[in-house]
Design a binder for this molecule. Structure first.
Ligand SMILES: Nc1nc2c(ncn2[C@@H]2O[C@H](COP(=O)(O)OP(=O)(O)OP(=O)(O)O)[C@@H](O)[C@H]2O)c(=O)[nH]1
Ligand SMILES: [Mg+2]
Length: 239
């Protein structure tokens, strides 16, 4: 089985090296799998792309770095990265954050679940899911965000904002990524929403999410405002 893991980065120089090492160790432990990592960097001022490039030399063919220029955006980065990942003959395409909040050790359980689902979410909010080191404010915000998204969009998944996911190739390839209307974090919700409307099977497997220890969060007030409006735009488009 071939696997590509897409990792969007903005100012993750302190984390990306450890993530790549940990993922490569995971790939090596899965003999039937051939894994590659695609780092999608938005011209990070802290030199994240250069750190990733060094590791691309250490793991030839198994680490690639896409350097984006121009307007920065998490959604745009996913569109570019996921589209490029589909150029590979990968059977499963995964997405995860660079800040080590998503544990590579849990990747095999997500991949395994793609045997019976089109999209698998690494979920904090199903039985067995956990969050480590989040302050109460952050927990409440995330819980509320998921309740809000589920209520407005009628998505049934419990963790609609998780960036830890695996896709079966055919499902991802059929997504009209270039027609997406969200750019920031809401892009993750839009992906699930569009997939669910097309009848894709969405599964959740529990993960332990650990708060980042290094680097800074990009969750700004503007991001929160966009996230509040985005679900209404999605259902508005379809009604
Ligand atoms: N390419 C790209 N990556 C981004 C952008 N914004 C955030 N990211 C990456 O997306 C992932 C998630 O962003 P985070 O800042 O960790 O957001 P979060 O996980 O919701 O918040 P914290 O973990 O609390 O900081 C990380 O790997 C970031 O580096 C962006 O504009 N462009
Ligand atoms: Mg994070």
């Amino acid at each position: 089985m071939k696997l590509v893991v897409v990792v969007p980065t903005y100012d993750e120089a302190a984390n990306i090296g450890r993530l790549i090492d940990a993922l490569q160790a995971r790939f090596a432990a899965l003999p039937a799998h051939e894994g590659a990592i695609l780092v999608v960097d938005d011209d990070s001022p802290d030199g994240t792309a250069a750190v990733a490039d060094d590791l691309a030399g250490t793991f030839p063919g198994r680490v690639r770095v896409m350097r984006r220029q121009g307007i920065r955006g998490l959604g745009r980065s996913y569109v570019d990265g996921l589209t490029q990942a589909l150029d590979d003959p990968a059977d499963v395409i995964c997405q995860m954050d660079a800040d080590l909040s998503h544990d590579p050790a849990q990747l095999p359980s997500l991949i395994a679940a793609t045997a019976h689902a089109d999209i698998v979410i690494g979920s904090r909010y199903v039985a067995g899911g956990q969050i480590v080191n989040w302050p109460l404010r952050r927990r409440l915000l995330s819980t509320f965000a998921n309740m809000y998204v589920r209520t407005v969009t009628r998505l049934r998944a419990h963790d609609c904002t998780s960036g830890y996911r695996c896709w079966r190739r055919e499902t991802l390839a059929s997504m009209p990524l270039n027609r997406f209307i969200s750019d920031g974090y809401s892009f993750l919700v839009e992906m699930l929403y569009v997939a669910a409307r097309r009848g894709s099977r969405i599964a959740e497997v529990p993960i332990t999410f650990v708060e980042r220890r290094l680097g800074e969060s990009k969750l700004s007030r503007a991001v929160l405002v966009e996230s509040a409006i985005a679900p209404w735009r999605l259902i508005g488009r379809d009604s």
